[in-house]
Structure formats: structure tokens, C-alpha cells
Design a protein around this ligand. Structure first.
Ligand SMILES: NC(=O)C1=CN([C@@H]2O[C@H](COP(=O)(O)OP(=O)(O)OC[C@H]3O[C@@H](n4cnc5c(N)ncnc54)[C@H](OP(=O)(O)O)[C@@H]3O)[C@@H](O)[C@H]2O)C=CC1
Ligand SMILES: O=C(O)C1=N[C@H](C(=O)O)C[C@H](O)C1
Length: 238
């Protein structure tokens, strides 16, 4: 499979390594220093594009891929407020778009466990819930996209929480997410339930970027030949 990498930073490089190990060819690498090469003609040389850049450029980048007719896997976080626009654009171009706040298989299992735990805790008001996420100091967005997905999973199930806040000082109906930035930290997410008599904590710790990169390559292989908007639950079936 021929891959175009949009964003050649930490994730772009990790994806290149995994893609090549799996017999794929990287035919285009776009970063800020060669943005002039980010053309429809060049994109059309690839079977699929994988986009890991910055929150403020992700939408424009996926738009360029859809306009070129190249299926695109988006890993960048912090742009999902424009998801409905992206879905419309994808339909308009009869294209293929895959997005996820986290491509790691382990995190997607963790998402399912988190929703199940929140569902069980809905009837047990003695438990207060809070979250934390820890990432490297170069991370631009807070809370992480993964933490937002976890929080959304809790809010869907737990009637006593109505919104998340990115601070420790939360009202009774708010879910607190604390963000920590330390090096090195590829990504750790924790959900805590605490009552006067006991505590339950669930945690996912990424030991490297390999899980994110390998999941993104899997998503790219899966996406080729499909039309529509997909995410990891479509690929994994849970
Ligand atoms: N979904 C997932 O599983 C994961 C998502 N992420 C997300 O992916 C994104 C990137 O992470 P990471 O690789 O660590 O970040 P990096 O900063 O290491 O890499 C991003 C690269 O994209 C470049 N870039 C910026 N704007 C553009 C543009 N318009 N076109 C092409 N390239 C551009 C940056 O250049 P410059 O630095 O000069 O701006 C940089 O080299 C983040 O949003 C992060 O949260 C990360 C890991 C896993
Ligand atoms: O920026 C990162 O590094 C990561 N970003 C994603 C996020 O915001 O959740 C995924 C992972 O945690 C690493």
C-alpha cells in the first residue's frame, strides 16, 4: 500500500517505521518545510493519507485529502468540534475518512471498560468520579483527545455528571479531568471512583508511540476501498 504522511513529526516518523516494517511504501511526507508539495496531484499517488499534525490544521488537511479523492486517516486531536462539517464534506466528495482520538488497541479496550464501569456506577451515587491524563511537555492540547473520549463515555452513562471540566475544582455535576505534563510520557489515562469505604481505579499506560502508530496503519489498510466516515469501533467491532 502507498501511504502519504501528512505531518512528519513524532507520530509521522513512528508511523513510517511501522508501515515500512509491514511492507508498505511511504510515497509522500508533508511537513511545514515542504507544504508546497501538499497538492492533489501528489496525494493521488498514494492509496491512503495518514494525518498527524496540529489541532488547528487538521480540518484543512483532511479537506485537501477528500478533495483529492484520497482516503484519509486522521490522528490529530483537538479538531472534533468540526466533525459534522467533516462528515458533510466526506459525503459531498463520496470519500473515506477515519478518525480516532487514540489508535491504540489497548486504549480502545479501555474505552469499552470505562463505559461499562460508568454504566454500573450510575446507580451508586456514593462514588465520586474524576479523571487524570499525563503526557509529554510538547503536547499542545489539554485535556488530551483520549481523555475527552473517556469523559464522553462517562457522561453518556452517569446521570449525575453533565459536563467535564479541565480543573480539580469541579461542581457536583461536573467531571474533573486533571492534565499533567512531564517528560517522558507517551500517554497515561486514569479514571478514579472513590467512596468513603473503597476506591476503584482503572488506568491505561502507553509505553511508547508504537501502539498509536500500528493502530493508525491498521486503520489505513482497513479504510482503502471503503466510502464513508469510520472510527475504531467500526474496525474493532466494539
Ligand atoms: N490519535 C492518536 O492515536 C494519537 C494522536 N496524536 C495527536 O497527533 C497530533 C500530532 O502529534 P505528534 O506527531 O506527537 O506531534 P509533532 O508536533 O511531533 O508532529 C506534528 C508535525 O506536523 C507538522 N505540521 C504542522 N502543521 C502542518 C501542516 N499544516 N501540514 C503538515 N504538517 C504540519 C509539525 O510541524 P511544526 O512542529 O513545525 O508545527 C510537526 O512536524 C497531535 O494532535 C496529537 O495529540 C498523537 C499520538 C497518538
Ligand atoms: O499528543 C500525544 O502524544 C497523544 N495524543 C493523543 C491524545 O490527545 O489523546 C493520544 C495519545 O494519548 C498521545
Amino acid at each position: 500500500m502507498k501511504i502519504a504522511l501528512i505531518g512528519y513529526g513524532k507520530m509521522g516518523k513512528a508511523i513510517e517505521q511501522i508501515a515500512q516494517q509491514n511492507g508498505h511504501e511511504v510515497v509522500l511526507r508533508i511537513d511545514v518545510n515542504n507544504i508546497a508539495d501538499f497538492t492533489a496531484e501528489n496525494l493521488q499517488k498514494a492509496d491512503v493519507a495518514i494525518e498527524f499534525t496540529r489541532p488547528e490544521t487538521a480540518f484543512e488537511n483532511l479537506q485537501k485529502c477528500l478533495e483529492a479523492g484520497t482516503p484519509v486517516v486522521v490522528g490529530t486531536t483537538g479538531w472534533l468540534h468540526r466533525l459534522e462539517e467533516a462528515k458533510d464534506l466526506c459525503a459531498q466528495h463520496q470519500g473515506a475518512l477515519f478518525y480516532s482520538s487514540n489508535y491504540s488497541i489497548g486504549v480502545n479496550v479501555f474505552f469499552a471498560v470505562n463505559r461499562f464501569l460508568a454504566q454500573m456506577m450510575n446507580g451508586h451515587k456514593q462514588y465520586e468520579v474524576r479523571m487524570s491524563e499525563t503526557h509529554h511537555t510538547q503536547k499542545l492540547d489539554a485535556p488530551s483527545g483520549t481523555a475527552i473520549t473517556l469523559a464522553e463515555g462517562i457522561l453518556e452513562q452517569l446521570g449525575r455528571k453533565t459536563k467535564w471540566v479541565n480543573q480539580s475544582d469541579a461542581k457536583a455535576d461536573e467531571l474533573s479531568i486533571l492534565s499533567h505534563r512531564v517528560d517522558p510520557a507517551p500517554g497515561t489515562h486514569e479514571v478514579y471512583y472513590e467512596s468513603a469505604i473503597d476506591s476503584i481505579e482503572i488506568r491505561h499506560t502507553a509505553h511508547s508511540r508504537e501502539g498509536f502508530a500500528s493502530g493508525a496503519v491498521q486503520a489505513a489498510v482497513w479504510l482503502v476501498g471503503k466510502k464513508g466516515v469510520f472510527t475504531m469501533s467500526d474496525l474493532l467491532g466494539f
